[in-house]
Design a protein around this ligand. Sequence first.
Ligand SMILES: *Cc1c(COP(=O)(O)O)cnc(C)c1O
Ligand code: SF4
Length: 394
Amino acid sequence: MNNNAVAVESQKLISETVTQTRISRRPQDYQQISLYKDVNPLDWEDWHWQLEHRIRTKEELAQVIKITSDEEEGIKKASGRLSMAITPYWATLIDPEDPNCPLRRQAVPVVSESIVGPHEMVDPCAEDRDSPAPHLVHRYPDRVLLLATESCAMYCRHCTRRRLVGEQTESNSPTRFDAAIEYIKANRKIRDVLISGGDPFILEDEEIESLIQKLRAISHIEFLRIGTRVPVTLPHRITEKLVNTLKKYAPMWISIHFNHPKEITKRCKIACDMLADSGMPLGSQTVLLKGVNDRPYIMKRLVHELLQIRVRPYYIYQCDPVRGTQHFRTPVAVGINIIEKLRGHTSGYAVPTYVIDGPGGGGKIPVGPNYVLSQAKGKYVLRNYKGKIYTYLE
Ligand SMILES: *Cc1c(COP(=O)(O)O)cnc(C)c1O
Ligand code: SF4
């Protein structure tokens, strides 16, 4: 599809969803929102236009949704790092009347964000401590995390990297990854580089390509992956040009941050289709968030819709104990119960791994229902998803 065709498509489909069976989807197309009524579809489809027109103030937001006093105060308090930024596209998906709208809760600051809860930290996963070079985190022997940028299309209120992420005067010097690349070159055990941030797809095509090229030139790097939320918050960014650039560097895997079935719109599907059609395997990463996706039926809907757009559910994260996220955090039992309600009850491909990132730098630790009831001398007593008991003799 060329860009014009995409523009026309997306204009029609902007808030329609893949399956039409659900309730409370904002039925409007963007031109029905007064703030956007005169926007040309080609502008709407242009990712730079979307970025430039992000909602940054309560005055702008008030033209799109009915804001509460809690939100008004929250926006004021969030004015520093991780300030509010909402793409016009995302704004059209928010329920204007419902303060508990899951898309709204992820995008609009509230006062609770300025409260530091018990056990909360600035850098709970000790990424700064495990950083051998600027922009690089090396935790596991064979793979590294490269933080390609500090900016994102939209700032998620639950962001675990809020100590780094936000709109600021980041120096985008072309040499900023040199030390990281030298480190990777010198460590032959590293076979996998995860490019994340911030959101790497916020960079221009040329910057992304130059970084990928340098990593690909290292002979012991077997594959690259990109962690992004752009297909969800700014699907217009996934252009033909970007996709054609990426596919030259296969194998390239993409992990996409999805939290709620409402995020899977027809426009999002177009972006995911373009990536998948170019041969890039897609996975999802989901943060378990109170009031957003902490009910098994919502998570089930999410994983089923992900499979329909060729995204394999990869991880559900327990919400890290990062400062200001207490209002989003659920007990661990909530996550375990979600897995209990998925495993065996639906396609195995639909079941992600629920993990806790070990506070202090332990890495991702899987937690889930216990299916081994006892284990002794060649005998395993197991239970299945229905609770029936089976004995396996070795
Ligand atoms: C999540 C993460 C990785 C990748 O972990 P996988 O389980 O392989 O997806 C690598 N490094 C760091 C620091 C991470 O947080
Ligand atoms: S897209 Fe990721 S890095 Fe950016 S604000 Fe959201 S959670 Fe944080």
